[in-house]
Design a protein around this ligand. Structure first.
Ligand SMILES: Cc1cc2nc3c(=O)[nH]c(=O)nc-3n(C[C@H](O)[C@H](O)[C@H](O)COP(=O)(O)O)c2cc1C
Length: 174
């Protein structure tokens, strides 16, 4: 797929087939996450690849909007390692850039995922940190299930000329 096709056709996928994801595909997804830009090039992300059904279910139990995880064969969780922070306060932007790369790559590989947040909800961060047995400097940021899609989502067009301003705050059609 060319890049703009990937970008324009990606949708959140919340139903998955019962089929394993190959290690090669997992590596490609993780590599794309690590290719993201980051403040001061700090690359403070860490990735937890979760295929343990028990652990996936524990995350599904605690998260009110992540029940699709019960079906997912794999989860990739992005964490920020605050001990690696060079630019204070920028980690959410770094990890978001990484997650977007990951979601696009998942789609490019014919797989499906959906952005599930831990950050900025303190209770989710603390509970997930406990589940993965990570120290306090690790902030579980966001995660995505990864699976072969078991639903078809139609392409949408969100282009809206009213959201574009030129030079100053004013609608482009004024
Ligand atoms: C920061 C963020 C948090 C999200 N959290 C959830 C979530 O908890 N559960 C869920 O099913 N989808 C979640 N989503 C996915 C959005 O619902 C989805 O991206 C949006 O409805 C647009 O649909 P699309 O991804 O199919 O284009 C989240 C997306 C973002 C960017």
């Amino acid at each position: 797929m060319n890049f703009l096709d990937v970008l324009n056709n990606r949708r959140s996928i919340r139903k998955y087939k019962d089929k394993k994801i190959s290690e090669l595909k997992i590596k490609k997804i993780l590599k794309s996450g690590m290719m993201a830009p980051s403040a001061h090039n700090q690359q403070l992300w860490q990735f937890i690849v979760i295929d343990d059904r028990n652990i996936i279910n524990k995350i599904a139990d605690l998260h009110p909007y992540a029940k699709m995880l019960y079906q997912a064969p794999l989860v990739i969780l992005i964490c920020a390692d605050l001990s690696k922070e060079k630019s204070k306060g920028f980690y959410s932007q770094d990890c978001s850039a990484s997650m977007q790369n990951i979601l696009l790559t998942i789609h490019d590989l014919g797989l499906g995922g959906v952005w599930i947040s831990a950050y900025p909800k303190k209770d989710r961060i603390n509970k997930i940190r406990k589940i993965i047995n990570a120290p306090k400097n690790i902030i579980p940021f966001s995660l995505t299930p990864v699976g072969y899609p078991d639903e078809i989502r139609v392409k949408v067009n969100r282009f809206d000329v009213l959201k574009i301003h030129r030079n100053k705050w004013k609608n482009s059609i004024d």
